[in-house]
Design a protein around this ligand. Structure first.
Ligand SMILES: NC(=O)c1ccc[n+]([C@@H]2O[C@H](COP(=O)([O-])OP(=O)(O)OC[C@H]3O[C@@H](n4cnc5c(N)ncnc54)[C@H](OP(=O)(O)O)[C@@H]3O)[C@@H](O)[C@H]2O)c1
Length: 290
């Protein structure tokens, strides 16, 4: 039986695509699967992939991330983010594979007033966050010594399912630009998250880490920095989160502290503004005529 180094689950998502790019560049031995090739909610589908080519390391980028939809209809979120993660962890346990999994800043209620550290008590406000936290618990329970959970926030990478793309599209279409001033976290690039993941694996780090760019921002700050990076001079109207009349409650300030991961890796993590500026200048796909 052939044993592969990496199994990349959810290879068509934002983070999954960044891993594919990285693995391609370094010539890593890996198998990438999308939701059709491996539906994490279906144990038979999961076990088939694991049994065919057992992996040494599993990178789970699959998730249900639609916060507002999850509030209105929680079941699909729990199926993927809790039960699906449980299936993957179970198969890792069976085959002795190490599991890398990703968590969210939404596990906190956002009232601390300082960046959240790994030891802080979780208190999720919405169903999406509850489903993601339930997934974290299952990983810890099934693989107590064989996992790495990286919690991240406001992830962006190549593709159109992120704030940057959607914001620039509105800008390009001449629509009114609005930015929320009372929700804070840290925009984090998938490129950084891939890099941190690989460095953690190389250093054999295990357990829970917060993996984000440095600094903090409101959505309004983020929007302005995007305009700045593309050289566009437009006003962004300040609004409060209530403006969008969402059903899901969002944490006010769920900024994560990256001190632990920086210290254990012995690195300084770039500020979000610098990362964003590099991302914008690298991305030919953002060829909007602004
Ligand atoms: N995006 C953020 O701002 C953010 C913030 C904090 C944490 N995170 C976490 O970071 C990780 C990566 O997020 P991302 O932004 O890369 O997510 P993404 O772009 O939404 O990608 C998620 C991937 O999971 C796949 N998927 C969904 N249901 C599946 C199933 N039943 N079986 C197999 N695959 C399934 C999706 O495939 P289909 O498209 O075919 O459904 C998609 O390719 C996730 O754990 C996420 O929760 C993200």
């Amino acid at each position: 039986m052939r044993i592969i180094k990496y199994l990349l689950i959810g290879n068509k998502g934002q983070l999954g695509r960044s891993f594919e790019k990285y693995f391609g560049e370094v010539g890593a031995e890996y198998k990438g699967v999308d939701a059709e090739e491996m539906d994490v909610t279906d144990m038979q589908s999961v076990s088939k992939v694991f049994d065919e080519e057992p992996p040494q390391i599993v990178i789970n980028c699959a998730a249900y991330n639609l916060v507002e939809n999850a509030e209105k209809e929680p079941e699909p979120a729990y199926k993927v983010n809790r039960d699906g993660v449980g299936n993957v962890a179970e198969m890792c346990k069976k085959h002795g594979s190490f599991l890398v999994h990703y968590g969210t800043n939404h596990v906190f209620n956002g009232t601390k007033g300082l960046p959240y550290v790994e030891e802080d008590k979780t208190n999720p406000l919405n169903e999406y966050a509850k489903s993601k936290l339930a997934g974290e618990y299952l990983v810890k329970e099934k693989l107590p010594l064989n996992h790495l959970i990286l919690r991240t926030s406001w992830l962006y990478g190549e593709g159109n399912q992120n704030f940057i793309y959607k914001f620039l599209k509105r800008c390009h279409e001449g629509q009114e630009l609005v930015g929320v001033v009372d929700e804070f976290a840290t925009p984090t690039s998938t490129r950084l998250l891939v890099d941190l993941t690989i460095q953690c694996l190389e250093k054999n780090l295990k357990g829970l880490y917060h993996a984000v760019n440095s600094g903090t921002a409101s959505r309004w700050d983020w929007a302005n920095e995007i305009l700045n990076a593309v050289g566009e001079n437009r006003q962004v109207k300040k609004v409060e989160v209530g403006y969008f009349k969402l059903t899901a409650k969002l944490p006010k300030d769920s900024t994560l502290s990256n001190k632990k991961i920086s210290k254990d890796l012995g690195i300084e993590i770039p500020r979000w503004e610098d990362e964003l500026s590099n991302f914008i200048s690298d991305q030919a796909y953002l060829d909007f005529k602004l």
